[in-house]
Design a protein around this ligand. Structure first.
Ligand code: AMP
Ligand code: MG
Length: 490
């Protein structure tokens, strides 16, 4: 049959290890075909790294896979079951509009989930239509790829197809499907699901699977499930520090949106902070500011506590002992986070060795940035290139004094000015996906013009280049009377 021939030539090399977990963790389910799929954007370099053949995938038949109209060879499509705490409230969830096609084994032997998002209803859809709109899927594509380029662990985006169908939201919108690539889609919520509704054997099967897939080095440790908790804490401490250091606000850090692999997932209402304000919230549904910028580390700790609770049955036969072990381990998170954050902040200021007073030097700068409503990214960029006149802090006596302290601090380290500058250039991005630029790209795309988005993606693909072409992308948006708001895009 010609169809499967093309698909083999596309380089699909799928395994379905998730489908070998106990049946309660998923439902085998095919994507729902769409009427008139068209490839809108395709990630050539990602495809190549996955061992996929770009030309075959971009052909009419190849695109059928990204639309859910064709199942690639070797795939056992399924929807995953999971639960989660949404804004603090526990609930049953699951892939309501996503299908896992399988795991692509790359030529290097790595394993990545291939997931279609927006591919139709599943048994976990509840009231939803299982579909996604073009704007939000392109938004996820842009921001996830920008995060990857910033060196932040994240799921990635391989392709977006428009479906030729309309999705009904507040208005009628063009439908689309995103192909998402992830180290896995295991979430804190997957463990919560197992702990709440599964047997202890099922929970153990999930934990063993996770260890094998993401943490093989702890396989032989004495209490491997406690080690699992500790490893996840370490990865998330690192991840959240990276978010804070670029001003990324996830917006919906529910436990179902917190991976066990330590990758950022689920780009719904996320956005990058421009003006530095710890209380910044963009999501229209986060009315209490639960997931505000400055709360992100605390909320990650809260989510990790839910993970620890879900693991309790595995940690010790005596549940009181188990609770004690979990609590002691969870307590490691704030210090680990702080360590990574401080390390990152030192780098942003070109500081290579460590001094006790560094913390107050950093905090004093942030306080000034808050007070004078300075742009987060551009302040660090201006410090990097010693263009202090480009900061919103310029001209204040406080800033002059702070700058002297900072320069004196740099003079106290042995390393050369050159290595300090290199460190700053590599730690302070020239460009981030600024909200007005992302909106502009999406608006053009919805009108059928993808060139604006392509240029933006190009600029964002090397955020530390500090190239002349990037300059125009560093400007902040015109002040507006209304704060920027994001929507979940469901
Ligand atoms: P999210 O807020 O994107 O993390 O989604 C929370 C839950 O709602 C997940 O279980 C999703 O699968 C589900 N969901 C979101 N949008 C839809 C939709 N349009 N149709 C069905 N389920 C959805
Ligand atoms: Mg989600």
């Amino acid at each position: 049959m010609t169809k499967s021939k093309t698909i083999i030539e596309a380089g699909w090399n799928l395994d379905n290890s998730y489908a070998r977990l106990p049946k309660s963790f998923f439902t085998s389910h095919n994507p729902t075909p769409v009427r008139a799929p068209k490839l809108v954007i395709f990630n050539d370099s990602l495809a190549a790294s996955l061992g996929l053949k770009n030309e075959a995938l971009k052909s009419e038949e190849g695109v059928e896979v990204f639309a859910g109209n064709q199942i690639p060879e070797g795939s056992s499509p399924l929807a995953q079951a999971y639960a989660g705490h949404q804004f603090g409230h526990f609930t049953m969830l699951g892939d309501g509009r996503a299908i896992l096609l399988g795991e692509q084994i790359t030529p290097q032997g790595e394993r990545f989930d291939i997931q279609l998002k927006g591919s139709g209803r599943t048994p976990y859809s509840r009231g939803g239509d299982g579909r996604a709109a073009l704007g939000p899927m392109l938004r996820e594509y842009i921001i996830s790829e920008a995060m990857h380029a910033l060196g932040i662990p994240t799921t990635r985006s391989l392709a977006v197809v428009s479906t030729g169908e309309t999705v009904i939201r507040e208005t009628d919108l063009p439908g689309a499907i995103l192909t998402r690539i992830a180290a896995s889609h295991l979430r804190v919520g997957t463990f919560e699901y197992a702990a709440k509704w599964g047997t202890v054997e099922e929970l153990r099967a999930l934990a063993d699977y996770t260890i094998k897939r993401h943490y093989p080095n702890i396989d032989a440790t004495e209490n491997r499930y406690l080690s699992l908790l500790r490893e996840v804490i370490k990865r998330l401490a690192k991840l959240i520090a990276k978010w804070q250091l670029v001003g990324f606000i996830h917006g919906v850090m529910n436990t179902d949106n917190m991976t066990i692999s330590g990758e950022t997932i689920d780009y719904g209402p996320c956005a990058f902070m421009d003006t530095y304000d710890p209380a910044t919230v963009f999501s229209s549904i986060d009315r209490q500011g639960r997931y505000a910028y400055s709360n992100q580390p605390k909320m990650a700790g809260w989510n990790l506590a839910r993970f620890a609770e879900a693991l309790l049955q595995l940690l010790h036969d005596d549940q009181e002992e188990a609770v004690k072990l979990a609590q002691d381990t969870i307590l490691e998170f704030p210090d680990l986070y702080r360590h990574h954050w401080l390390e990152g902040m030192r780098a942003k200021l070109g500081i290579i060795n460590e001094e006790q007073q560094d913390e107050s030097l950093i905090e004093d700068l942030l306080n000034m940035m808050h007070k004078y409503r300075a742009d987060f990214t551009n302040t660090f960029r201006a410090l990097t290139f010693e263009k202090l006149e480009d900061t919103d802090l310029h001209g204040t006596e406080e800033f002059v004094q702070w700058t002297e302290r900072w320069k004196a601090r740099l003079d106290r380290q042995q390393e050369s000015k050159v290595s300090s500058l290199e460190l700053m250039k590599n730690s302070n991005p020239a460009v981030i996906p600024r909200n007005h630029r992302v909106e502009e790209a999406l608006e053009a795309a919805e009108q059928g013009d993808f060139s604006v988005m392509e240029r933006l993606l190009e600029v964002l693909s090397n955020p530390f280049a500090h190239s002349p072409e990037q300059t125009e992308y560093t400007t902040v948006s015109e002040p507006s009377d209304r704060p920027y708001r994001t929507f979940c895009g469901t």
